[in-house]
Write a protein that binds this ligand. Structure first.
Ligand code: HEC
Length: 150
Protein backbone atom coordinates (compact mmCIF):
# COMPACT_ATOMS: atom_id res chain seq x y z
CA UNK A 1 0.00 0.00 0.00
CA UNK A 2 1.31 3.45 -0.89
CA UNK A 3 1.58 5.99 1.97
CA UNK A 4 0.09 9.32 0.99
CA UNK A 5 -0.23 12.49 2.95
CA UNK A 6 -3.70 13.87 2.74
CA UNK A 7 -4.39 17.56 2.46
CA UNK A 8 -5.67 17.68 6.00
CA UNK A 9 -2.53 15.99 7.34
CA UNK A 10 -0.39 18.55 5.54
CA UNK A 11 -2.54 21.34 6.94
CA UNK A 12 -2.23 20.00 10.47
CA UNK A 13 1.54 19.78 10.19
CA UNK A 14 1.63 23.33 8.88
CA UNK A 15 -0.58 24.82 11.60
CA UNK A 16 0.83 22.64 14.35
CA UNK A 17 4.41 23.46 13.36
CA UNK A 18 3.68 27.17 13.08
CA UNK A 19 1.99 27.22 16.46
CA UNK A 20 4.85 25.31 18.04
CA UNK A 21 7.44 27.84 16.86
CA UNK A 22 5.24 30.84 17.63
CA UNK A 23 5.01 29.61 21.22
CA UNK A 24 8.78 29.19 21.39
CA UNK A 25 9.27 32.67 19.91
CA UNK A 26 6.88 34.32 22.40
CA UNK A 27 8.50 32.40 25.26
CA UNK A 28 12.00 33.50 24.28
CA UNK A 29 10.85 37.11 23.80
CA UNK A 30 9.32 37.13 27.28
CA UNK A 31 12.49 35.62 28.71
CA UNK A 32 14.70 38.26 27.03
CA UNK A 33 12.45 41.03 28.28
CA UNK A 34 12.50 39.72 31.85
CA UNK A 35 16.25 39.20 31.71
CA UNK A 36 16.90 42.74 30.49
CA UNK A 37 14.54 44.46 32.90
CA UNK A 38 15.24 42.42 36.02
CA UNK A 39 18.88 41.44 35.74
CA UNK A 40 20.80 43.53 33.39
CA UNK A 41 19.67 47.17 33.34
CA UNK A 42 19.42 47.90 37.02
CA UNK A 43 16.32 49.98 36.26
CA UNK A 44 15.21 50.31 39.90
CA UNK A 45 18.20 52.53 40.65
CA UNK A 46 17.59 54.88 37.72
CA UNK A 47 17.18 58.09 39.71
CA UNK A 48 16.61 61.69 38.56
CA UNK A 49 20.28 62.40 39.20
CA UNK A 50 21.39 59.48 37.02
CA UNK A 51 19.17 60.77 34.19
CA UNK A 52 20.50 64.31 34.66
CA UNK A 53 24.04 62.92 34.54
CA UNK A 54 23.32 61.31 31.21
CA UNK A 55 22.12 64.67 29.91
CA UNK A 56 25.38 66.31 31.03
CA UNK A 57 27.25 63.46 29.33
CA UNK A 58 25.34 64.22 26.12
CA UNK A 59 25.44 68.04 26.33
CA UNK A 60 29.20 68.06 26.82
CA UNK A 61 29.69 65.38 24.17
CA UNK A 62 31.98 63.28 26.37
CA UNK A 63 31.32 60.48 23.90
CA UNK A 64 33.30 62.31 21.22
CA UNK A 65 36.40 61.05 23.02
CA UNK A 66 35.22 58.28 25.39
CA UNK A 67 33.37 54.99 25.15
CA UNK A 68 30.72 53.61 27.51
CA UNK A 69 30.27 49.85 27.22
CA UNK A 70 32.47 50.02 24.14
CA UNK A 71 30.22 52.56 22.36
CA UNK A 72 31.73 55.89 21.41
CA UNK A 73 35.11 57.22 20.37
CA UNK A 74 38.49 55.68 21.05
CA UNK A 75 40.55 58.78 21.82
CA UNK A 76 40.20 58.44 25.59
CA UNK A 77 39.62 55.59 28.08
CA UNK A 78 36.44 53.56 28.45
CA UNK A 79 34.51 55.10 31.34
CA UNK A 80 31.73 52.51 31.75
CA UNK A 81 33.94 50.87 34.38
CA UNK A 82 35.93 53.86 35.63
CA UNK A 83 34.28 53.79 39.07
CA UNK A 84 35.40 50.19 39.56
CA UNK A 85 38.89 51.03 38.37
CA UNK A 86 39.01 53.97 40.80
CA UNK A 87 37.77 51.69 43.57
CA UNK A 88 34.86 54.01 44.45
CA UNK A 89 31.92 52.10 42.98
CA UNK A 90 30.18 51.53 46.32
CA UNK A 91 30.89 54.94 47.84
CA UNK A 92 28.93 57.66 45.99
CA UNK A 93 30.45 60.48 48.07
CA UNK A 94 34.01 59.36 47.37
CA UNK A 95 33.09 58.78 43.72
CA UNK A 96 31.88 62.37 43.50
CA UNK A 97 35.03 63.73 45.20
CA UNK A 98 37.28 61.68 42.93
CA UNK A 99 35.48 62.72 39.75
CA UNK A 100 35.46 66.36 40.90
CA UNK A 101 39.20 66.19 41.50
CA UNK A 102 39.69 64.69 38.07
CA UNK A 103 37.46 67.18 36.23
CA UNK A 104 39.08 70.16 37.96
CA UNK A 105 42.63 69.09 37.17
CA UNK A 106 42.01 68.86 33.42
CA UNK A 107 43.73 69.54 31.12
CA UNK A 108 46.67 67.96 32.87
CA UNK A 109 49.26 69.75 30.72
CA UNK A 110 51.50 66.68 31.02
CA UNK A 111 53.72 66.51 27.97
CA UNK A 112 53.07 63.52 25.71
CA UNK A 113 49.74 62.68 27.33
CA UNK A 114 46.43 63.07 25.57
CA UNK A 115 44.54 66.02 27.00
CA UNK A 116 41.01 66.27 28.28
CA UNK A 117 39.41 69.75 28.11
CA UNK A 118 38.28 71.77 31.13
CA UNK A 119 34.47 71.78 31.20
CA UNK A 120 33.87 74.15 34.15
CA UNK A 121 31.07 71.96 35.50
CA UNK A 122 29.11 72.83 38.63
CA UNK A 123 29.23 70.51 41.65
CA UNK A 124 25.70 69.42 40.85
CA UNK A 125 26.65 68.48 37.29
CA UNK A 126 29.66 66.54 38.54
CA UNK A 127 27.52 64.75 41.14
CA UNK A 128 24.98 63.81 38.47
CA UNK A 129 27.75 62.61 36.14
CA UNK A 130 29.24 60.63 38.99
CA UNK A 131 25.90 58.97 39.74
CA UNK A 132 25.44 58.27 36.03
CA UNK A 133 28.87 56.62 35.82
CA UNK A 134 28.16 54.54 38.95
CA UNK A 135 24.84 53.44 37.46
CA UNK A 136 26.50 52.59 34.15
CA UNK A 137 29.18 50.63 35.93
CA UNK A 138 26.52 48.51 37.63
CA UNK A 139 24.86 47.40 34.40
CA UNK A 140 25.47 43.70 34.02
CA UNK A 141 27.25 43.86 30.67
CA UNK A 142 28.66 40.36 31.09
CA UNK A 143 32.16 41.81 31.48
CA UNK A 144 31.94 43.79 28.25
CA UNK A 145 34.08 45.53 27.23
CA UNK A 146 37.05 43.38 28.19
CA UNK A 147 39.01 46.37 29.46
CA UNK A 148 40.86 46.94 32.66
CA UNK A 149 43.23 49.64 31.49
CA UNK A 150 43.70 52.53 33.89
C1 HEC B 1 38.52 66.02 23.74
C2 HEC B 1 38.45 64.68 24.27
C3 HEC B 1 37.73 64.45 25.59
C4 HEC B 1 36.45 64.82 25.94
C5 HEC B 1 35.43 65.55 25.10
C6 HEC B 1 36.24 64.29 27.27
N1 HEC B 1 37.35 63.64 27.71
FE1 HEC B 1 37.52 62.63 29.46
N2 HEC B 1 39.43 62.14 28.99
C7 HEC B 1 40.08 62.50 27.83
C8 HEC B 1 41.44 61.99 27.88
C9 HEC B 1 42.48 62.16 26.79
C10 HEC B 1 41.57 61.31 29.10
C11 HEC B 1 42.83 60.62 29.65
C12 HEC B 1 43.73 61.71 30.18
C13 HEC B 1 44.88 61.20 30.97
O1 HEC B 1 44.92 60.01 31.27
O2 HEC B 1 45.74 62.02 31.30
C14 HEC B 1 40.29 61.42 29.77
C15 HEC B 1 40.00 60.85 31.01
C16 HEC B 1 38.78 60.88 31.63
C17 HEC B 1 38.47 60.21 32.85
C18 HEC B 1 39.40 59.32 33.64
C19 HEC B 1 39.38 57.95 33.00
C20 HEC B 1 40.30 56.96 33.65
O3 HEC B 1 40.23 55.80 33.24
O4 HEC B 1 41.09 57.30 34.53
C21 HEC B 1 37.15 60.47 33.13
C22 HEC B 1 36.33 59.95 34.30
C23 HEC B 1 36.68 61.34 32.09
N3 HEC B 1 37.69 61.55 31.19
C24 HEC B 1 35.40 61.84 32.05
C25 HEC B 1 34.93 62.68 31.04
C26 HEC B 1 33.63 63.28 31.05
C27 HEC B 1 32.59 63.08 32.12
C28 HEC B 1 33.55 64.03 29.91
C29 HEC B 1 32.41 64.92 29.47
C30 HEC B 1 32.01 65.95 30.44
C31 HEC B 1 34.80 63.88 29.20
N4 HEC B 1 35.62 63.07 29.92
C32 HEC B 1 35.06 64.46 27.98
C33 HEC B 1 39.54 63.19 26.77
C34 HEC B 1 38.28 63.73 26.71
Amino acid sequence: MREVMTKSMARNIFYGGSLFFIIIFVGLSAHSHLYITSTSTNAATLTESVAAGKRVWEDKACINCHTILGEGAYFAPEVGNVMTRWGVLDDPELAFETLKGWMESQPSGIEGRRQMPQFHLTDEEIRDLSNFLIWTDKIDAQDWPPNDAG
